[in-house]
Design a protein around this ligand. Structure first.
Ligand SMILES: Cc1ncc(COP(=O)(O)O)c(C=O)c1O
Length: 457
């Protein structure tokens, strides 16, 4: 008999509020600090960068924030997103585990990023912003903000990490088609970019550098401009919680509850989006059973597994406030890696905090083993994952193989946060055996960590 594969929700079952884990944390999040005074930042410090609603969402302790009807309307283009049971992959692995994945690649831009791009554009429009400036790694976030800007009539300017700009030309064409400007970073459009290029004309860029350029460009703009960030910040992670809330309802329909949650982590937003609603249930004593939470990161940029938990800048050029996070040091430039969206020196404060509280585990895998896992998944499930998502696939397969060794039929849930249909250059390289695993250099990290600010705590 044919078995059920897809668990879908009706449009009217889509969650009407985002979940804010800050309301349920057993210990509050360390404050964001002003880089000059080392005192907690206030709303006035953030006002040049973000509109009032998003500043409020960054600090609120309310458990739920209503999703504005205008945002719900746009979400309905692709939400609720499907939950799949990876039955074919389970069979191929010969595992007694049940593998479920939430698929965010059904969004207009192919990943989870529009879940926050759309509300960020909406709140900016509401506040009178005319233009948004941002960075992007692989181009998923830049594409999503370009789409969101076109939904609400905002100009969008994107600084894309140069190595991705060059290896993935279709992403910048996508952004430009939606009316956005897209520049390779480091660029000569900002002082930060010019200084970096002077020192290293061949610099391949990093998310830290692109953030500095986007913030500088925002501050210098002559039209009312704000900055938008695709990950890391509390409000961004909160917007993504629609993923996990939907997954809870879908798993209920399947009659299951996870033993293990797996997600890939760059700045942490897709991982948080899937896991926080479950972790919240645990904090409130409402979880149906105990579960593990596993963050998977690239071995080439291992902020959670190798980084130091300390205050650091969110960018290379010292334009941002100081956040308490697991960091490789803000000057650290990760080696070029095909999972461009995971090339970030630091981790979201909320995820770092939960790691310190022992609420999640972290593992790091090399990119070639992640591509192998992604291709195995694609051959059985039919979806070619984004290189970032391959890390989550690898993590889930490792858990399924552990279940096989231990003879356990655990329920594994992972977030397939995007498809890889724009990533053919990377798959081509892999297929030709030309993909190399970059080594993580501990000395580079030590040097970069020496530059983190000294805060009296
Ligand atoms: C498909 C995809 N997955 C994951 C990430 C990493 O970001 P985050 O950790 O915020 O989900 C990115 C970032 O660009 C991405 O494009």
């Amino acid at each position: 008999m044919a078995e059920q594969v897809k668990y879908v929700l009706e449009e009217n079952e889509m969650p009407k509020a985002w979940y804010n884990i800050q309301a349920d944390l057993p210990k509050p999040l360390p404050p964001v600090l002003h880089p000059g005074t080392h005192k907690p930042v206030g709303p006035d410090d953030l006002a040049p960068l973000f509109p009032p609603d998003l500043i409020m969402q960054e600090v609120t302790q309310e458990r739920y924030i209503e999703i504005p009807p205008e945002v719900q309307q746009v979400y309905k283009i692709w939400r609720p997103s499907p939950l799949y049971r990876a039955r074919a992959l389970e069979k191929a692995l010969g595992t007694p585990a049940k593998i479920y994945y939430k698929y965010e690649g059904v969004s207009p831009t192919g990943s989870h990023k529009p879940n926050t791009a759309v509300p960020q554009a909406y709140y900016n429009k509401k506040a009178g912003t005319k233009k948004l400036s941002t960075e992007t790694g692989a181009g998923q976030w830049g594409s999503s903000l370009a789409f969101a800007g076109s939904c609400f009539g905002l100009e969008v300017e994107v600084f894309q990490v140069k190595v991705s700009y060059e290896t993935k030309p279709y992403r910048s064409i996508f952004m430009k088609t939606f009316g956005a400007q897209c520049y390779p970073s480091p660029s000569d459009r900002t002082e930060v970019g010019k200084k970096i290029l002077e020192k290293d004309p061949a610099c391949t860029g990093s998310l830290g550098i692109a953030i500095s350029e986007a913030v500088e460009s925002c501050m210098k703009s002559e039209v009312p401009t704000k900055y938008a960030l695709g990950s890391v910040l509390n409000h961004v992670l909160m917007h993504q919680t629609i993923i996990g809330q939907e997954a809870i309802s879908q798993l209920e329909k399947a009659g299951d509850y996870p033993d293990v949650l797996v997600g890939c982590t760059g700045g942490g937003s897709n991982f948080a989006g899937m896991c926080f609603p479950f972790i919240g249930q645990k904090f409130r004593g409402e979880a149906k059973k105990s579960f593990r939470v596993v963050a998977v990161e690239p071995a080439a940029c291992p902020s959670l597994t190798k980084g130091k938990y300390t205050y650091d800048f969110g960018d290379t050029g010292h334009m941002t406030p100081l956040i308490k996070c697991h960091t490789l040091g803000h000057p650290f430039i990760p080696p070029p890696d095909h999972a461009g969206g995971l090339r970030y020196h630091a981790m979201a404060p909320l995820i770092s905090h939960l790691k310190e509280l022992g609420e999640l585990e972290a593992v790091a895998y090399r990119q070639t083993e992640c591509f192998e896992a992604g291709i195995l998944f694609a051959k059985h499930e039919g979806i070619l994952p984004a290189p970032e998502a391959n890390h989550a696939v690898k993590g889930a397969i490792e858990e399924a193989l552990r279940c096989k060794r231990e003879g356990k039929s655990e329920v594994i849930l992972f977030n397939l946060c995007g498809h890889g249909n724009f990533d053919m250059a990377a798959y081509d390289k892999f297929n030709q055996g030309a993909m190399k695993d970059s080594d993580f250099n501990e000395e580079d990290m030590a040097l970069a960590l020496a530059a983190t600010p000294k805060i009296a705590e």
